[in-house]
Design a protein around this ligand. Structure first.
Ligand code: HGY
Ligand code: MN
Ligand code: MN
Length: 409
């Protein structure tokens, strides 16, 4: 461990603030939806910082950006990174911390005149959030070979435009083939986005893996009719099926226990008028579970519920699977090193699974991978009130620094 090398907290906080100015919304939050003009501006800022740090920047065909700091030997690099796209009501740390901590570490090494044996790579992946174009972790999934480039480019988002068109529009359809750089190891620093570390008084999370994710989109088609003249027995109410599904999800998780999570996050009714029975309902269901068999169970029960109710109500159902990732276990040896290094640096550390999806779960298909979590105040994320204390941001970045030096030696 390189005790004397420390990150510069002020510079890291300053970069987080400057990136947060791009797509700034109320109360210090950020809205930089994937491949939007705000995302482009954020990308441009980070690429300029990478270049200022003397890094070689390469952009691949799905817009993943990798900055490389040369090592003494031309061997597989140690890679860190995350994402800088946000949800519509995002905070300033989700994803951004992992990328900016990587740049801060390069700045520290430059100042120290220290060149690692292995090159260091800092990446930010396209469309991690999946909020505009599903699935989430799209850029790292293509990078890891889990989704064909042309399928990703053809994906149409919630506003009707495609990934490929938007990538061209913002000028980030790069020439590097996806997955062109296979790392020796991948380590991602990220805010926990949940309540565990804060509630139990830990500084660091040594993340053991990521729970399974299932995103479904349902389109229910019924018949619009007059809200006042149509007897209840004659209705084909798409809105009722959507609302009943939301209630069913709560019943489902009550029965299956706390490891099952279920969210009806997006709901659109048409014609969306107070006195017209909805003839169309478009809604999404996000199911998560650390146990794959239980997640499949939950999916089967959801699909059966919607189909059965639709038959009774006399409406039709169209179902699209927007994302489906099985649980991922990170590299045991690397998780152990995260835990040991945290302890050696005097941090209170515990192991835990990740509730959120991350680019690391895709990079785990290519190389030994692990994650470092720092606490989220109140467990809040995907919310402008997302906050992590500066001392925890610094602790996470210092831990990342030491682990990258160890791995790149
Ligand atoms: O959905 C997720 O877990 C991540 O924020 N993309
Ligand atoms: Mn994230
Ligand atoms: Mn997120």
């Amino acid at each position: 461990m390189n005790a004397e090398l420390q990150i510069n907290r002020g510079r890291l906080l300053d970069r987080l603030d400057r990136l947060a100015e791009i797509g700034a919304i109320e109360d210090g939050g950020c809205c930089r939806l994937a491949l939007s003009d705000e995302d482009r501006a954020g990308r441009d800022l980070l690429v300029s910082w990478m270049r200022e740090l003397g890094m070689v920047v390469r952009i691949d065909a799905i817009g993943n950006v990798v900055g490389i700091r040369a090592g003494l030997e031309n061997v597989m690099p140690v890679m860190t990174g995350s994402h800088i796209d946000t949800v519509r009501t995002g905070g300033r740390y989700d994803g951004n911390l992992g990328v900016l901590a990587g740049l801060e570490i390069v700045a520290v090494l430059n100042e120290a005149g220290l060149v690692t044996r292995r090159p260091l790579a800092v990446a930010f992946f396209s469309n991690e959030e999946g909020a505009r174009f599903a699935p989430d972790m799209m850029g790292s999934l293509v990078y890891a070979g889990g989704l064909a480039l042309e399928d990703a480019l053809a994906t149409v988002g919630i506003d009707g435009s495609s990934v490929g068109d938007n990538l061209q529009r913002i000028g980030y359809a790069g020439d590097a083939p996806c997955g062109w750089l296979r790392p020796h190891a991948f380590l991602e620093l990220h805010v926990e986005q949940g309540p565990v570390l804060e509630r139990e008084g830990f500084d660091i999370g040594a993340v053991e893996g990521v729970q399974g994710i299932s995103w479904s989109e349902f389109t229910i088609t019924g018949m619009s009719n007059h809200a006042g003249t149509t007897p209840m027995s004659m209705r084909h109410d798409a809105g009722y099926v959507a609302a009943a599904t939301g209630t069913f999800l709560r019943e489902l998780v009550k029965e299956t226990g706390p490891s099952q999570l279920a969210t009806l996050g997006h709901l659109q009714l048409a014609p969306n008028l107070v006195n017209v029975i909805p003839n169309r309902a478009l809604f999404t269901v996000d199911l998560r579970n650390i146990d794959e068999a239980a997640l499949q169970q939950a999916e089967q029960r959801l699909f059966a519920f919607v189909e059965t109710l639709a038959a009774v109500e006399g409406v039709t159902v169209n179902h699209r699977l927007l994302a489906r990732f099985e649980p991922v276990a990170f590299d045991r040896e690397l998780v152990g090193r995260v835990e040991a290094a945290a302890r050696a640096q005097g941090y209170r550390v515990r192991r835990l699974p990740s509730g959120a999806g991350h680019d690391a779960q895709m990079m785990a298909r290519l190389a030994p991978t692990a994650m470092i979590f720092v606490p989220s105040v109140g467990g809040i994320s995907h919310n402008v009130r997302e906050y992590t204390a500066p001392e925890h941001l610094e602790a996470g970045a210092n831990l990342l620094l030491n682990l990258l030096l160890e791995l790149a030696a």
